[in-house]
Ligand binder design. Sequence first.
Ligand SMILES: NC(=O)c1ccc[n+]([C@@H]2O[C@H](COP(=O)([O-])OP(=O)(O)OC[C@H]3O[C@@H](n4cnc5c(N)ncnc54)[C@H](O)[C@@H]3O)[C@@H](O)[C@H]2O)c1
Length: 418
Amino acid sequence: MNPVKTIAVLGCGSRGRIYSTIAAGMPEKFRVVAACDPVAERTAYVQEKSGHEGFQKFADAEAFFAAGRLADALIIGTQDTHHYEQCRRALDLGYDVLLEKPIAPTHDQVLALAEQAARLGRKVIVCHVLRYAPFYMAMRDIIASGEIGEIVNFEAMEGVEPWHMAHSFVRGHWARPHLASPTIVAKSCHDMDMLAWVMDRPCEAVSAFGSLSRFTEKHAPAGAPARCTDGCPAGDTCFYNAVKYTGEMGRRWLGMVYDRAADAPASEILEWLKTSPWGRCAYRCDNTAPDHISASLRFSGEVTGTFTLSAFEFGRHYAFYGTKGVLRGGPAYRKATGADILVQPHGGGEPRRVVIPTPTSGHGGGDLGIVNALYDELTGRGDGRTCIAVSVQSHAMAFAAEHSRLTGKTVEIRDNRF
Ligand SMILES: NC(=O)c1ccc[n+]([C@@H]2O[C@H](COP(=O)([O-])OP(=O)(O)OC[C@H]3O[C@@H](n4cnc5c(N)ncnc54)[C@H](O)[C@@H]3O)[C@@H](O)[C@H]2O)c1
């Protein structure tokens, strides 16, 4: 008989609700018993999904922690700057933790949490969800199988997408990295983690460039007011017109920051945009997050590669160059060829095409995968794939890249702190 594990949720925003909804849908594995968020509708949402009779709701983290340990595991889905303190307190109380990425906004805090988890013998599973997504698992398996031989070098692209960039890194939560976390840590810890996982060898050094170059006032359309709702002369043609939040595509993004996004009439959303950060002209915000980053990485064994983050590409894609062939994969290839992964042997012939079935949860199926993995970890059957001791290594790559971008120097990772 498999034990049912109890779950509490701290931070019931976009991510907290996704994980708790998935967990609540697996009554044979989980019971969601408590939630904490200052926004009452959000804890009510988790309670409704949970259906647990003795469900406890908290409006602030102090009261939540004062209540002691309420469950086997705690999902921490708050914003980046809360992670360190909340995870530290949760571990002290005896929780195992499912911790949203990034682990914390500074390298010192990341290392401190890893040390604390190890010292107390507690599990901290970091939400590097891509390691549980079928596309990435297939890519890693092919490389590990030796089909393309030894990897000599690679190219990795993180296409943030223009609207996502504007929503999250220009108008939104991660627009000012000093109040959240460095962009390459916030967004690309996934990418660094994927490379660390696929390469399966230590990253030794990194050199990075990048800046904010497009989402700045000098690129604003002539006569653009501070807010899109103030009658912008470029409103009809501007890709970033915030009025699009009233349309179908916009509402999907709006749902991450405005709870009534699905039901609100357009007039309500337009009114909200008049004062909300998401109503601002995308060229006239207080953002400082870079909109493009290019990094060179050196792994052990003289394997090298490049990583690019761009606001202006769509989705992640990869090329791994091996001694026996080349693996290419990602949404761009899917769009062009119908296959998610193409494995091209040297010397010609047709590439082997790998098609991944359409995933049933976000992040290419990784959101569902990590909730299942949480259960496995809590019941001693996990493989520790995204435990904090593993994740600190790829976080170090991201912090090193940011250090390099800011200092203009090539950074050796070793045991350094950034
Ligand atoms: N794994 C991924 O791929 C992925 C994707 C997106 C975001 N994230 C990360 O997930 C985290 C949450 O992102 P989100 O988009 O869900 O944010 P969000 O703003 O939607 O959710 C955060 C929630 O925390 C609540 N909150 C604020 N202060 C609190 C406190 N002191 N105690 C308890 N709750 C509090 C807020 O009211 C909000 O509901 C971030 O760290 C983000 O970087 C991860």
